[in-house]
Ligand binder design. Structure first.
Ligand SMILES: N[C@@H](CCC[C@H](N)C(=O)O)C(=O)O
Length: 303
């Protein structure tokens, strides 16, 4: 027998936003009052039966969330990020830009600097001012932290083809494969590429990359918990670092920052790695809609 329960009896406000078309359902929940089990998140992110999104950003005051209260002194707001299947991930780079844009949209902050608490630690974002009269919001730059590059050799396989890949951790796991053509990974990445479970016991985001010019690459991504998406911020950072190392560039050695332009199906990101290892990601973020969620969508169904 099915049991239906919900603590939410009235319509719940939400917004929809995207960063280079990596799109998110945004749920303001400043007091951490909502229960959002994985099945509910998956229903909200469903593109046919729900609102639709690659993931969900719950906006919670850090002080009100047990995973973030230790960051409350530095970052007022906690980004509770979930993938489209409801799973929790450590970090979402495009999510931080969209989260910062939401804070500005809601009047919590102005253009300038803001710190956002995430499961991957505090991320600092800078919201550039819009060019007067342009009607276009300024880009947002996020300090993404350092990449970790374990030395283990990884192979990525999809549709009968295999490629060697670089293992890069940006707070969350990535496998970066350089390919000859982006469509060699298939028309649509409908199933996760095969990767070694011994290296990625919790799953992995897989990037396929081609060169477009000097310090300029293009990529596709299959995201853990979301499928093929039109952009992935942490993925673009992983790709830029893997491309730099492949090109013999390491800012920690040369003492000079290096910037890669990364084209994704949903837009363009600029990724700079500094000599201290810090990686900065710059790109757009927009809020496109606001509305109310029917409480029926928030019901938890248990057998
Ligand atoms: N799209 C995100 C990454 C989201 C998390 C990822 N799917 C994971 O499970 O690690 C980004 O912009 O970084």
């Amino acid at each position: 027998m099915e049991h239906v329960s919900t603590s939410q009896t009235s319509p719940l406000p939400f917004l929809k936003g995207h960063g280079t078309e990596n799109d998110f359902v945004i749920v303001p929940d400043p007091d951490n009052a909502l229960e959002l089990p994985a099945s509910t998140v998956a229903r909200l992110c469903d593109r046919r039966a729900g609102i639709g999104g690659d993931g969900l950003l719950r906006v919670v005051r850090s002080a009100a969330h047990p995973e973030a209260e230790h960051m409350a002194g530095e970052a007022e707001w906690f980004m509770d990020y979930r993938n489209a299947d409801g799973s929790v991930a450590e970090m979402c780079g495009n999510g931080v830009r969209v989260f910062a844009r939401y804070l500005q949209h809601a009047g919590h902050i102005d253009a300038g600097d803001v710190s956002v608490a995430t499961r991957g630690g505090i991320k600092k974002a800078h919201l550039a001012k819009a060019v007067p009269g342009s009607g276009v919001a300024g880009d947002i730059t996020v300090s993404m932290g350092r990449a970790v590059l374990p030395e283990d050799g990884v192979t990525v396989s999809v549709g009968g083809r295999s490629w060697p890949a670089r293992n890069v951790n940006m707070g969350n796991p990535h496998a970066v494969a350089f390919v000859e053509e982006l469509d060699h990974a298939g028309d649509l990445l409908t199933v996760p590429p095969f990767t070694p479970a011994s290296v990625y016991p919790d799953g992995v985001n897989v990037e396929f990359v081609v060169d477009r010019g000097e310090h300029h690459v293009a990529m596709r991504v299959h995201e853990r918990g979301s499928g093929e998406t039109r952009s992935c911020g942490t993925g673009a950072c992983a790709v830029a670092v893997a491309a730099a190392r492949r090109d013999g560039l390491d800012p920690a050695v040369t003492g000079a920052p290096v910037t890669y332009t990364v084209d994704l199906p949903g837009g363009r990101l600029r990724i700079t790695e500094r000599p201290d290892g810090e990686i900065e990601m710059t790109g757009p973020a927009v809020i496109v809609a606001e509305g109310m969620i029917d409480p029926v969508l928030l019901e938890t169904v248990t057998a």
